[in-house]
Design a protein around this ligand. Structure first.
Ligand SMILES: [Zn+2]
Ligand SMILES: [Zn+2]
Length: 318
């Protein structure tokens, strides 16, 4: 049973929502932010934020839990000042830094969902396995590039395998994990014996590395660093300061765009023919729904299905 009040939920279909988005005469700012902060009553806060943001035309995906907030949203440019003012007026979120999306597209999100979860980043750890107040040192893009070329350094991609396949930092270890839960023990195992080295961690926007760095420090790694603001902020700093991008390929993102290009390097391979490709798609068969990389010729031949079998046993998406 859904106990959320009727007016505090989305009621538009995707098609209706896109129709409205196209008619908008203002631009939207695509931002993300997170903060680990104790939120005693996330459900009450959820309803407050939903009402407030719905009134401002905010769209996107937001998670709340007693451990904090994680938000990916688009805000109408004319309402941005008001949005920020109201957000910062809450003590828990005062001054929270925003990361601006690499690509600014008005249709990045089509509805607003604010969900309460057990954790903002599911880690599968016991509370005593890390201390969120003892995290890795944050590095700017410039500092990151300097340490990355240090021979005493080992770099680990803390994202899952789908994400690292189409883009990662040169020389990074990319644990073959489906989830962050799997990734933590895997990363620790790959780093065994390197406790004295400088360990550099990165993820999309930084939220996972807060936990990952705390976890590794708890497990005896002495010099743990994390990329401040993740790949998203790294890209902006690289452009602003004219640095070399040591991240190659695409940054995987969690909205319908699926990825943002960082450099022209193509790191992935077509699932069907193996040719160099980094375009993700979901299998057209809704019962399969596999997320996979498919090149344009294979997409045409297989009509956006992952295999001939899927095309035959078809339940096509609406
Ligand atoms: Zn192909
Ligand atoms: Zn399929």
């Amino acid at each position: 049973m859904n106990t959320t009040p009727h007016h505090l939920r989305n009621h538009l279909s995707k098609a209706e929502a896109f129709k409205q988005l196209i008619k908008e005469t203002f631009s939207r700012r695509v931002i993300s932010f997170y903060r680990y902060v104790i939120l005693p009553d996330p459900l009450a806060l959820r309803n407050e934020l939903y009402a407030e943001w719905q009134g401002l035309g905010v769209l996107g995906r937001v998670y709340l839990s007693t451990e904090g907030i994680n938000a990916q949203i688009s805000v109408p440019e004319p309402n941005f000042g008001r949005f920020q003012e109201l957000l910062f007026a809450r003590r828990a979120f005062a001054g929270v830094p925003f990361k601006v999306g690499v690509e600014q597209k008005n249709d990045a999100f089509w509805k607003l969902t604010v969900k309460v979860r057990k954790q903002i980043v599911a880690d599968g750890l016991a509370p005593h396995e890390y201390d969120v107040t003892n995290v890795g040192t944050h590095l700017s893009a410039r500092e990151w590039n300097e340490l990355a070329s240090d021979s005493d350094t080992v770099m680990v991609d803390m994202r899952n395998n789908d994400e690292s396949t189409i883009g990662h930092f040169e020389g990074a270890l990319t644990p073959d994990a489906k989830t962050f839960k799997e990734e933590l023990p895997l990363a620790k195992a790959m780093l065994a014996g390197k406790e004295e080295k400088k360990v550099l961690l990165y993820c999309t926007g930084g939220i996972r590395c807060e936990k990952a760095s705390a976890y590794l420090k708890h497990h005896g790694f002495k010099n743990v660093y994390q990329l401040h603001g993740g790949i998203i902020d790294y890209k902006h700093q690289v452009e602003r300061e004219g640095l070399e991008s040591k991240f190659k390929g695409k940054n995987f993102v969690f909205d319908h765009r699926l990825s943002e290009r960082i450099t022209e390097d193509v790191l992935g391979q077509c699932f069907n023919c193996g040719t160099a490709c980094d375009d993700y798609t979901n299998c057209n068969n809704v019962d399969c729904n596999r997320l996979f990389i498919q090149c344009a010729p294979c997409r045409e031949t297989l009509e956006n299905f992952c295999s001939a079998e899927c095309r035959e046993k078809v339940t096509v998406r609406a």
